[in-house]
Design a protein around this ligand. Structure first.
Ligand SMILES: *Cc1c(COP(=O)(O)O)cnc(C)c1O
Length: 232
């Protein structure tokens, strides 16, 4: 089941207003934060809704599920992987996804690099960092971020756009906010020591997008607030 397109448009309007309000609160221009609609666990209509509303990318966290939807939506829609990736799926991912936000170990990076090279493309990626030090979350440890980035920069068929994190679930909004601040500080440190831009900070979801934007998010990944609950 999926909500109607009209309901989706109403939700989208609210989410965009919230993003704009958070940008204003943070003293940031409203066009510095992108919205990534997260269509996982919804039928392919969710991705069509996003495309029809003028959004150019969607996020999915299971490779198989996303591959099953891709052919049924305008081929210009960009699919971003925001869930864990195993090496045995790296070939398909390197061929079909527009970007991978969840590169958290060298083994995955080298697999993606090889298959992207074979496919004759340069694959944009983000480093996923467990900035909240949450044992339940994947992502490289903050301490390992520099070594991982160093390895990634040697992958000629990957393009490192920035960092991504998922905040720990907490009643206390400050927990997420501190996590987002740590990701930004991590990015600033890496950017300085490697002398490169790492412009993308993918952080914030339905429940914590304001905190993320206040700490410098450039992309919020939003599912529930756009498409309703996923029923699990
Ligand atoms: C599911 C998911 C989201 C969206 O979560 P909502 O709370 O539904 O907005 C964002 N990021 C990742 C990595 C996810 O897996």
């Amino acid at each position: 089941m999926i909500i109607s397109f009209n309901d989706f448009q109403a939700n989208l309007k609210e989410v965009v207003e919230k993003i704009h309000a958070s940008c204003e609160k943070a003293g940031r221009a409203v066009d510095t934060v992108k919205l990534l609609p997260v269509t996982k666990n919804h039928p392919v209509d969710a991705a069509r809704y996003a495309w029809d509303a003028g959004l150019l990318s969607v996020g999915e966290n299971r490779v198989q599920e996303a591959l099953g939807k891709m052919d049924d939506v305008d081929s210009r829609l960009c699919w971003e992987l925001i869930g864990p990736l195993q090496s045995n799926k790296a070939k398909k991912v390197a061929e079909r996804f527009g970007r991978v936000q969840t590169v958290d170990r060298v083994k995955i990076a080298t697999a993606l690099d090889r298959y992207a090279a074979e496919a004759g493309r340069r694959l944009p990626v983000l480093l996923q960092i467990n900035a909240g030090r949450d044992p339940a979350k994947s992502g490289a440890e903050l301490e390992d971020a520099a070594a991982l980035l160093e390895a990634l920069l040697k992958c000629e068929s990957l393009q490192v756009d920035g960092l991504m994190t998922i905040a720990p679930l907490s009643e206390d909004a400050d927990v997420a906010r501190r996590c987002f601040a740590r990701l930004r500080e991590c990015r600033d440190g890496l950017s300085k020591s490697f002398g490169i831009d790492l412009l993308e900070l993918s952080m914030g979801m339905s429940g914590d997008m304001e905190e993320a934007i206040l700490e410098g998010s450039t992309m919020v990944r939003v599912g529930t607030a756009l498409f309703g609950s996923r029923g699990y």
